[in-house]
Design a protein around this ligand. Structure first.
Ligand SMILES: [Zn+2]
Ligand SMILES: [Zn+2]
Length: 249
């Protein structure tokens, strides 16, 4: 797509007014470094002797020893040390003609002018292509970033839900623990308020139970230690009769 047609469309979209053809014909004049347009009049534009346009923000003048000495510039594009002219109506005629919007109409040596203008137009078109590629890449990066953000958002939501569930469970456990603590406290209070006689009786009951258990254990032990003796019901101890295991060879 031609640069002029792009710019004309932009003009239509932006203002919805009749296209300023004069402005459109000058859109190719731009700083070869930062691509600011001359027609926007944002920066002062210089035409360097190496045929590069550079704005005052992109180059620094190296002043001569006396005010009469013209300043020199190091071109940021081709790195040559060059003189420069400010792009305005005071340009010498032979230089100003290079910027003529329709040199073929005025009988100028338009081939040289045409080549000059086409070279700058090509530089601008290449920059537009570079910027379009950057926009495509940025769109892709943006899409990827949005996907990542969406995933993080859902993960975050999931974690919030899990945290709420865990908080609920913690509260439940804390309530149960509190309840048990209260029960234990009540039990201790009840035990303390029981009368000393009751406690003695309870202690005796416990001792009796313990003694009975001990006697039962002793009885069992004595039975297991003396297997040969057998206590008969009339109080006489006799031998135990084993089964006959005799055999013949
Ligand atoms: Zn610039
Ligand atoms: Zn240059």
């Amino acid at each position: 797509m031609k640069l002029e047609s792009i710019n004309v469309n932009m003009e239509k979209d932006k203002e919805n007014k009749p296209v300023d053809m004069d402005r459109a014909m000058r859109m190719w004049i731009h700083c070869n470094c930062c691509f600011v347009h001359f027609v926007d009049r944002e920066n002062t534009l210089l035409l360097l002797a190496c045929n590069h346009f550079i704005c005052n923000k992109c180059v620094t003048a190296k002043l001569g020893r006396t005010p009469a000495d013209a300043a020199t510039y190091t071109c940021p594009i081709c790195k040559r040390l060059v003189r420069a002219r400010v792009v305005n109506n005071a340009l010498p005629r032979n230089i100003k003609d290079l910027l003529h919007p329709s040199p073929w109409n005025d009988g100028l040596q338009h081939e040289q002018i045409d080549n000059f203008q086409k070279a700058h137009q090509k530089s601008l078109e290449q920059q537009i292509v570079r910027k379009e590629r950057e926009v495509i890449k940025l769109d892709k990066d943006l899409e990827l970033a949005q996907k990542i953000i969406r995933k993080h958002y859902f993960d975050h939501q999931q974690l919030r839900m899990e945290r709420k569930q865990l908080e609920f469970q913690v509260q439940k456990v804390q309530r149960q623990a509190q309840l048990r603590k209260e029960e234990a406290k009540q039990r201790i209070i009840r035990q303390r308020t029981t009368s000393p006689n009751d406690r003695l009786a309870a202690s005796r009951r416990t001792t009796t139970r313990t003694n009975n258990s001990m006697q039962q254990i002793k009885r069992k032990r004595s039975e297991s230690v003396e297997p040969e003796k057998h206590q008969e019901s009339n109080g006489i101890t006799s031998f135990v009769h084993y089964n006959d295991h005799s055999f013949e060879l």
